[in-house]
Ligand binder design. Structure first.
Ligand SMILES: [Cu+2]
Length: 660
């Protein structure tokens, strides 16, 4: 029994059948079948894994600085982390969400939320890069986010914590009087133009998760609530008293009309919108000042509350759009609401009172069925497109397969240990690719060679193509693999950007050839324009820099070839390296503290003569007045003098280089 002695679950070896290795083996040089995007949880990033092999392909930095490629450190990407709280170099990513067309993942973008300082981000899936981040005002903890509507018209963000809105200095005991929730609908269908379309002002509960309807529930968005007790201390006890909390059903198409008809109010709210300019590859920041705030009473019929046992966590819609599954983490059953019955109950006014003008529907009137004795601690459900649902059980540490419509439990498989979300490629969409299931586990304990007090969290892959789930792979993850989305590799692999066109590089500091390199001074700011190519920098000897100057190294990788990267680092700098993709310009700022000669070098092993790819900056004392000097080759100097002989429409800020 070995590895899990003392544990009541069977030893892992017994759980894995002999053909598991074959099921996940992808031969050297072969591609996997799926891309999987795992949120990094408290790493603040997104990781990309290949399935079924479980190979890590990439970390995409989003909300956290990433010294490995300089994201959030270099001048071009620092603005992505701006907020009204100043620069926030970290967040807690939770839910990866692929953009959709007709309720099917389409591979345009991946959205991801920042849970702490509420933000949503868009990752472009032709470049696997964060290209846009929007801050969410009037919110605290953007947990139910960034779930999408069927055509990614909107993504949402619901506040986890209710807070005074607008936030203000009030006694915490005045919770019931002053604290409110908001549900934000974010226009998301145009890259670079994300904005809050409207916010819905809600009762002061905690909001947990959400999902858009489709088919018979199209036009609706569902959010779970807990703490309908409105407790503000010791929530584990005080927010677990009510037998039922609610799923809030929002008619977002009606909300849209109400906003259009002027029923929302302009609500002063400051928030940041950061986006990457596609041509200069320089991030921009704009601060917005107002949102449209819609109160449910001003738009009757916009929200209904569905009583749901008990402290529901996930709310998951089946592929047909008919069934709305609540993951009541303290419930003994899995309750499933029916879209058809919800509409009928609304028409028949089958209400159980109202809360602040929001009608509460009768539980019996909306419920389609309950899965009995599913296990302990149901959290999240996804679907295989063949009429089956799969729910994670946190407390009993298992995945439970059950049948839609009959609600009978068909199979259970242990997880190691305590799964939060699970993921089936497309498993929250209209057309799941129901071949694999990934359970994302919070506790790893004895699964891998131990590494001190902190162990990697893990993901476990199951083959769900047959009647019985089969565990076939177990792999460690970065941060917390909170949630994931996946889609067939064929949708993405042939549309990858392999390099950036140097001709189209609109960075004001681009250096396309040696002749364009150089050094200039403006007060205490010294700008160095430099190019990188296998296997040298040009210029590579720089003089005239003084202690206390702000030295800007603008380095352009002039390669026009896939996967040929260069890096840049200088001795004693107080920031991370630069990594330049082919055709890209990146900028590092350095304030030298003492006179001397400082080497710099290429950090990304680029060629056989990579170790020769280096240079020196001479730093002189303040006021030394050493002339500015940037060496360039004789050939480049000739080019430069020829270029300078031609009249130019505008000043290109050429370096005062070489021969001058
Ligand atoms: Cu290099």
């Amino acid at each position: 029994m070995g590895a899990v002695a003392g544990c009541s679950t069977p030893a892992p070896k017994e759980m894995v059948s002999g053909d598991a290795a074959k099921a996940v083996y992808v031969a050297p040089g072969q591609y996997d079948e799926f891309y999987a995007f795992l949120s990094g949880g408290f790493s603040g990033q997104v990781t990309v894994y290949a399935l079924p092999s479980g190979r890590l392909l990439k970390t995409i930095p989003v909300f956290s600085q990433f010294p490995e490629n300089g994201y959030g450190y270099n001048e071009e990407t620092k603005p992505m982390l701006e907020t009204t709280f100043g620069t926030v170099p970290w967040d807690d990513t939770h839910h990866a969400e692929l953009s959709q067309t007709n309720a099917v993942p389409d591979g345009r973008w991946l959205f991801i939320n920042g849970n702490n300082t509420p933000r949503v981000a868009r990752i472009d899936l032709t470049r696997f890069e964060t290209e846009e981040i929007l801050q969410i005002p009037n919110a605290a903890g953007g947990h139910a986010s960034p779930f999408t509507t069927a055509n990614s018209e909107y993504i949402v963000s619901a506040t986890r914590f209710s807070v005074p809105i607008p936030n203000a200095d009030v006694p915490i005991e005045s919770y019931k009087e002053h604290f409110k929730g908001t549900l934000s609908f974010i226009k998301a269908d145009v890259p670079g133009k994300m904005d809050i379309a409207f916010q819905l002002l809600m009762p002061g509960y905690n909001y947990d998760l959400g999902h858009a309807g489709k088919g018979p529930s199209d036009g609706w968005f569902f959010f779970t609530t807990y703490n309908t007790e409105q407790a503000y201390t010791k929530l584990e006890l005080n927010a677990s008293k009510n037998d039922k909390d609610y799923i809030a059903a929002v008619n977002w198409k009606l909300a849209e009309r109400c906003v259009k008809d002027g029923k929302a109010k302009a609500f002063p709210s400051r928030y940041a919108h950061n986006y990457m300019d596609p041509d200069s590859r320089q991030a921009m920041v704009e601060f917005k000042t107002s949102v449209q705030m819609l109160e449910p009473a001003a738009c009757p019929g916009v929200v209904y509350l569905l009583p749901t046992p008990k402290s529901p966590h996930g709310v998951d819609i089946d592929p047909s759009g008919e069934y709305i599954v609540g993951g009541g983490k303290l419930a003994t059953v899995i309750p499933v609401h029916s879209a058809t019955k919800i509409k009928a109950a609304i028409a028949a006014k089958a209400f159980d009172g109202d809360i602040g003008g929001i009608p509460v529907l009768k539980y019996e009137a909306t419920i389609a069925g309950e899965v009995q004795k599913p296990g302990l601690g149901p959290l999240h459900t996804e679907f295989d497109g063949k009429g089956n649902a799969y729910t994670t059980m946190f407390i009993s540490s298992e995945v439970v397969k059950w049948k839609l419509g009959t609600w009978e439990v068909l199979d259970r498989a242990p997880t190691y240990y305590s799964p939060g979300h699970l993921m089936i490629p497309g498993g929250d969409s209209k057309q799941p690719w129901g071949k694999y299931l990934l359970a994302m586990n919070k506790i790893t304990k004895d699964r891998y060679l131990p590494t001190g007090g902190e162990l990697a969290q893990s993901a476990q892959l199951y083959d769900i193509s047959g009647d019985k789930m089969k565990l076939i792979l177990d792999f460690p993850t970065q941060g917390e693999p909170h949630y994931a989305q996946a889609l067939p590799a064929s949708i993405l692999k042939d549309k990858q950007v392999k390099f950036f066109s140097l001709a189209n590089n609109k960075s004001p500091w681009v250096t396309r050839s040696e002749a364009e390199g150089g050094i200039t001074r403006k007060g205490k700011a010294v700008h160095i324009k430099m190019m990188a190519i296998r296997s040298h920098f040009a210029p590579d000897n720089l003089e005239g820099v003084e202690v206390g100057d702000s030295v800007f190294f603008h380095v352009t990788n002039v390669e026009q070839d896939w996967d040929i990267l260069h890096g840049f680092a200088v001795l004693g700098m107080n920031t991370a390296e630069l990594i330049m993709q082919p055709g890209e310009t990146r900028t590092l700022v350095w304030i030298p503290q003492a006179p001397g000669v400082y080497p710099f070098y290429c950090t990304d092993f680029c060629s056989a003569l990579h170790q020769e790819m280096q240079g020196y900056v001479r730093v002189s004392a303040k006021g030394a007045n050493v002339p500015l000097k940037a060496n360039i080759s004789a050939k480049a100097a000739t080019q430069l003098s020829r270029m300078n002989a031609v009249p130019k429409p505008m000043d290109h800020q050429h370096g005062a280089a070489g021969g001058k």
